[in-house]
Design a protein around this ligand. Structure first.
Ligand code: GLU
Length: 291
């Protein structure tokens, strides 16, 4: 029997906070209950915001919490060639197209259609969907713009992509952390419109790197925050398009700040380093978040 594999996959673009501690500890607990492995993956494709200092902070905070993980740790920025290969496949299969509109141009276009901003469809994060004008650009024009170094992103042609996969795209979601039952969730990647799968200078996006890494690392169980629940639809679609196995998912509750809002990396007083400096022990942290 293959070993069940869990992973905790933070991005080193800020300090870990109580929400990360919860996710990491829950992954450890579920892996231990299942007799499985726990991997740590550093998701640092955003080379402008991720820093070695934040990465060192992740190792330090997790070790302090008493976590252990397998080494070597996969660092996404070291695997751009693998992401490029998958992107090349999506390009060859005409599932992605270069999209040239800037945020300002998108706003102007939406205004021009006469629709008020709120009538235009938005993705689950509240961002207006990309107007798929560039999809119709003739190949020659695309080449010309790329040759002229115009900024662009590779976007998934969601309509073509949905037509390529079998009807009824879904995923298996655990109903709770005991993993005793799953229910089928209908994936709705179309809610995100033509999502970005890679950038001009970085051959991947969060979604593409996650599905490739989960498959390459044999991840069988993706346990992460509720905030990524609807992203799972896009990831399931990419798995289908690339012929990758599908893990099972559990989206756990989020740890909220005193104001009832989701914690962010700039929310200093729930940062693990700050709490440690204030004299809290790993045990205090565990108790604070219900372990
Ligand atoms: N790197 C992502 C984050 O820090 C998490 C990715 C995932 O768990 O799929 O939010």
């Amino acid at each position: 029997m293959t070993l069940l594999t869990f992973r905790f996959a933070p991005s080193p673009n800020g300090e870990l906070h109580l929400g990360h501690a919860y996710s990491a500890l829950l992954n450890r607990q579920m892996a231990a209950q299942a007799g499985g492995r726990l991997l740590l993956r550093i998701e640092d494709i955003d080379i402008t915001r991720c820093t070695p200092e934040f990465e060192a902070g992740i190792f330090r905070d997790l070790e302090w919490l008493g976590l252990h993980w397998e080494r070597p740790v996969r660092r996404q920025s070291e695997h751009f060639a693998e992401y490029q290969a998958a992107l090349d496949r999506l390009i060859a299969e005409e599932l992605v197209y270069p999209a040239f509109m800037s945020r300002g141009e998108i706003r102007a276009f939406i205004a021009e259609t006469g629709k008020r901003g709120r009538d235009w469809p938005h993705d689950p994060d509240g961002v207006p969907l990309y107007p798929s004008l560039d999809k119709a650009l003739p190949a020659r024009e695309r080449k010309r713009r790329i040759a002229e170094n115009m900024p662009f992103a590779w976007r998934l042609d969601i309509e073509t992509a949905m037509a390529r996969v079998s009807a009824g795209l879904s995923w298996a979601e655990f109903t709770d952390e005991t993993m005793s039952a799953t229910r089928a969730i209908e994936a709705q990647p179309q809610d995100w419109g033509d999502v970005i799968v890679a950038r001009r200078d970085i051959p991947t996006s969060y979604h593409l790197a996650v599905v490739l890494d989960d498959a390459l690392q044999g991840v069988s169980h993706v346990v992460r925050g509720q905030d990524l629940y609807s992203a799972t639809g896009v990831q399931r679609l990419l798995q289908e398009l690339l012929g990758l196995p599908q893990p099972r998912y559990f989206h756990h509750r989020l740890i909220l700040g005193p104001d009832g809002r989701k914690l962010s990396k700039s929310f200093k007083d729930t940062g693990l380093a700050a709490l440690r400096q204030a004299g809290m022990s790993p045990r205090d942290i565990r108790r604070l978040i219900g372990f």
